[in-house]
Design a protein around this ligand. Structure first.
Ligand code: GLC
Length: 530
């Protein structure tokens, strides 16, 4: 590929901003209380107004919904409650007309136990699809083959009484892990990728990209120690043999080899929970042969603290060098919404966190509702639908303040309860230049306008305690004051192109930049064309 092809369209995802849509909660077109594909199509104007370059749809494939689409029963058709293939074609066409690409979720680590592969696999030890899953004999006392635990709790093994062997499930017992040592599984997924690329999807968010291949010998994981991070202690073990195996890279490279010729502009974006930054960096391969984008979860889970965030970004930059291109996010369907989780409902903090997110080197991924600062919704125990209780960050979008919030008809009960749509909604923020939604839109537009903000390198700048400041290339400086104190930075000159306090936009900075509590600015020294 020549240099010219390397830039522009072929790397649209580098300059772009992505937007995750949890399909069931975005827009309900047929008044059944569940969001769907035609609903998304009907709301493309909003996404175009916001200026996003691509949308990632949470799973749209056929599923019994034990894990809300992440348990796939048919990889090549659409879940009926969400629409059909024709609706997807229409969405892709309409989105393309607005310059928006459509990525879908690919779930290769496991299928549903109702997928015909698994239904067949469990019929006998000699079944056609038996080796498509991970089976092992019980230990002598009848207990599971090793000590691996499921992310959702309990052993990662389920005994299949009919055939007398255990099968592996790193998630729910109805989500059997596929056996990626099996060449037929690899071949089947080549076809699945091609099926969707043929339909015009612009790529995939790859679920559990870090976990696809398991240790061939199924060795025990080492136990957690008292000084290990909370996530390790919670599981009681280091996931050394069932996650982050080096062999996963072969599979991701294979996806890339399938995808590139089909869709030269396509994107592979991995869900990459890695135990350390070196292993995170490895998911970019050489920069040309593996994932285009990998989610940086340490950043997503960090507190809004200047030192912590700077440390994570510096470590990431050092590890990935110029070849890697992270996907930065603050909210998703698993970790909840950042205005609540990180910013505790504080508007100033929310604005500062959003400005920082949209000014990093990498691709920012907004979660639907981030643009209006939508908080998590309290979901009572009896209303919960998710086995892991992640419902609070999955409730329907607030389009307006009316009954049904513009998500569904006023008299229809949504699949999950609506939050307080009158407090924040798209309609209310659209014409308010000071709203978070206007800030989101203007930050996205500024990325498009300033090449350094979009593509240039990152370098931390010295800054007082509580402040995080960095350069992007030669011309852009970003500074966020993540503290309650006023702060000042020296040696910064240019024009404030975007501030969390809108009143400062256009202000010239001579040398000294002062920032109020939780204030952030993007300063450019590039000559403007106007
Ligand atoms: C990923 C998904 C999560 C799901 C899990 C199992 O982590 O983001 O929602 O429960 O995979 O598929």
């Amino acid at each position: 590929m020549g240099d010219a092809e390397q830039t522009g369209a072929a790397r649209w995802w580098r300059g772009g901003v992505l937007y995750q849509i949890y399909v069931r909660s975005f827009a309900d077109s047929n008044a059944d209380g569940v969001g769907d594909l035609p609903g998304i199509t009907s709301r493309l104007d909003h996404l175009q107004w916001l200026g996003v370059d691509g949308i990632w749809l949470s799973p749209i494939t056929v599923s019994p919904d034990d894990d809300w689409g992440y348990d796939v029963a048919d990889y090549c058709d659409v879940q009926p409650v969400l629409g059909d293939l024709h609706d997807l074609d229409e969405l892709i066409t309409q989105a393309r007309a607005r310059g928006i690409r459509v990525l879908i979720d690919l779930v290769p680590n496991h299928s549903s136990d109702r997928h015909h592969w698994f239904v067949d696999a469990r019929t006998s030890r000699r079944a056609r699809h038996r080796e498509w899953y991970v089976w092992a004999d019980p230990r002598e006392d009848g207990s599971p083959p090793n000590n691996w635990v499921s992310i959702f709790g309990g052993p990662a093994w389920e005994l299949d009484t009919k055939t007398g062997q255990y099968y592996l499930h790193n998630f729910l017992s109805s989500q059997p892990d596929l056996n990626w040592w099996n060449e037929e599984v690899r071949g089947a997924f080549d076809e699945i990728l091609r099926f969707w690329l043929d339909r015009g999807v612009a790529g995939f968010r790859i679920d559990v990209a870090h976990g696809i291949v398991k240790d061939a010998e199924l060795r025990d994981n080492p136990p957690a120690g008292p000084d290990d991070p909370e996530a390790v202690r919670r599981l009681g073990q280091h996931q050394v043999y069932n996650m982050n195996r080096v062999e996963a890279h072969d599979v991701l490279c294979r996806f890339r080899r399938v995808s590139d010729p089909y869709a030269p502009n396509g994107v592979l974006m991995g869900e990459t929970w890695a135990p350390d930054i070196t292993r995170f960096a490895a998911y970019f391969g050489t920069g040309e042969d593996e994932l285009h984008l990998a989610f940086n979860f340490p950043y997503a889970l960090a507190p809004l603290d200047a030192g912590e965030l700077r440390g994570i970004v510096e470590a990431t930059e050092a590890a990935i060098g110029a070849i890697g291109w992270p996907a930065w996010t603050l909210s998703n369907h698993d970790i909840g919404r950042f205005p609540s989780r990180v910013c505790k409902g504080d508007e100033k903090k929310t604005r500062a966190a959003l400005l920082a997110l949209l000014a990093l080197r990498g691709t920012p991924v907004l979660y639907f509702g981030d643009e209006i600062g939508m908080p998590d919704t309290a979901v009572g125990v009896e209303q919960r639908r998710d086995p892991a209780g992640r419902d609070g960050g999955r409730t329907p979008m607030h389009w307006n303040a009316e009954a049904g919030a513009g998500f569904t008809e006023p008299d229809v009960e949504p699949w999950l309860p609506l939050g307080d749509a009158s407090a924040r909604n798209v309609e209310g923020q659209r014409h308010d230049a000071r709203s978070l939604m206007s800030l989101s839109r203007d930050l996205i537009a500024l990325r498009r306008e300033l090449p350094d903000l979009r593509e240039a390198s990152y370098a931390s700048l010295p800054s007082p305690s509580g402040v995080w400041a960095w350069r992007r290339g030669e011309s852009v400086t970003v500074a966020v004051n993540l503290s309650e104190q006023t702060a000042a930075l020296e040696g910064i000159a240019g024009e404030i192109r975007m501030g969390t306090e809108r009143a400062r936009n256009g202000e010239r900075v001579g040398d000294r930049l002062s920032l109020g509590p939780w204030e952030g600015v993007i300063v450019s020294s590039a000559r403007t064309t106007s």
